[in-house]
Design a protein around this ligand. Structure first.
Ligand code: SF4
Length: 377
């Protein structure tokens, strides 16, 4: 396809100028190029070229990842900000990203990181072991790969996840789910939880606004449900006039209901004008509430609004008796009526990963310099 060919870039034409660690999931082509098989773009690279994500590059006769060990910065966030509402609620998560992305969303809300070239955003050098140690020392229960899509730095994310498991720290992938079948298995084998962006429910939306395809994202969601124990939730950013038609929201919700079941949490979040989409207004709160009602009418049990103040739309309700299980006001937990993961009123189990008590992190966002965390007191 034309856009696939256009989105490789040449960097100086000098293979030695590209610095990186060996990447997995590629093969040599008969015409002398090498093809990256990590995501469904299948970039085909000549010497000195990088893929669309910019962080995977050809160095000699192999593929390398140029951002291994390089972060665009760390911060401690509430887990609900990822967003994950049914995974260790109230706990802090050490969050970081690298640079680049394998989608080209015109509405990107993290464009300063995702559109960054490989090295110009890098602030912290961090080994997997240092990240796991920092999470443990700061009281974080999990580490999140977020801000840009971790699929493109798979080798680094997998090593960080392995180091975290050694320290009993969970890992969370915040991803668009745009990954090929074989690497998908390795990637999610190392994750404990994920939030997958389902950006819209039409091919037109994915092609014209993200230069991608809907099908591979749906395959990832079905894979997670059928083949893994990864706890996952779904986020759809509603953009006025692009993906907020009631019929599209109903179709998306029905697909989730039919293929994934009623218990997968779904977040409808508000868009704000950003990156290359500044001609659209912010999403009205009423649009989010209408979307939530449509999804609940279809049968989904845990549907949330996001990026707006809406305590009723952000709380978790029991699917048995309807009472509030987890009350939320922004990132504050205002009620907790769960015992052993079930409703204290009627005993109905609530799907998710819960402990006896919620965390108390609240809405704080704390930037972290890894070197400082790891200095002896
Ligand atoms: S991961 Fe990057 S280099 Fe590989 S196919 Fe996707 S966009 Fe291209």
């Amino acid at each position: 396809m034309k856009w696939m060919l256009e989105h490789v870039s040449t960097v100086g034409g000098d293979a030695q100028a590209i610095d990186g660690v060996p990447g997995r999931y590629w093969h040599a082509l008969d015409d002398g190029r090498i093809q990256c098989d990590l995501c469904p773009r299948y970039c085909k690279l000549h010497e000195g070229q990088r893929g669309l994500c910019f962080v995977r590059a050809r160095q000699g006769d192999r593929m390398v990842l140029t951002t291994y060990g390089r972060s665009s910065g760390f911060s401690i966030d509430p887990i609900e900000k990822k967003p994950l509402n049914h995974f260790l609620p109230g706990t802090p998560v050490l969050s970081f990203g690298t640079a680049g992305c394998n989608l080209t969303c015109k509405f990107c809300q993290n464009w300063d990181i995702s559109k960054a070239r490989a090295l110009d955003r890098v602030q912290d050098l961090a080994s997997p072991e240092a990240i796991a140690a920092a999470a443990a020392q700061t009281g974080c229960r999990s580490v999140a790969f977020t801000y840009n899509d971790p699929v493109i730095f798979l080798e680094y994310a997998v090593d960080v996840a392995a180091a975290c498991r050694e320290q009993n720290i969970k890992t969370v992938a915040v991803s668009a789910g745009y990954i090929s079948a074989e690497p998908r298995v390795e990637f999610f084998r190392h994750m404990d939880a994920a939030n997958i962006d389902l950006k819209g429910f039409t091919e037109r939306f994915y092609r014209s606004l993200c230069s991608a395809r809907l099908g591979p994202v749906l395959e990832t969601l079905e894979y997670l449900k059928r083949e893994t124990g990864v706890w996952f939730e779904i986020t759809t950013l509603l953009i006025p006039g692009e993906n907020d038609a009631p019929a599209e929201i109903e179709a998306l919700s029905r697909w989730i209901m039919d293929r994934l079941g009623p218990d997968v949490p779904l977040h409808f979040t508000a868009f704000h004008p950003d990156w290359k989409m500044r001609d659209k207004p912010r999403t009205p709160p009423a649009t989010l509430q209408t979307a939530r009602r449509i999804a609940r009418d279809v049968g989904l049990r845990h549907v949330f609004t996001g990026n707006v103040h809406d305590p009723a739309g952000q709380s978790t309700y029991c699917s048995g008796c309807g009472s509030v299980l987890i009350g939320r006001d922004g990132y504050d937990i205002t009620a907790w009526n769960l015992a052993s993961g079930a409703c204290t009123g009627c005993g109905m189990a609530c799907p998710g990963v819960f402990e006896e008590r919620p965390g108390t992190w609240g809405p704080r966002r704390r930037p972290v310099l890894l070197g400082r965390v790891l200095q002896p007191a």
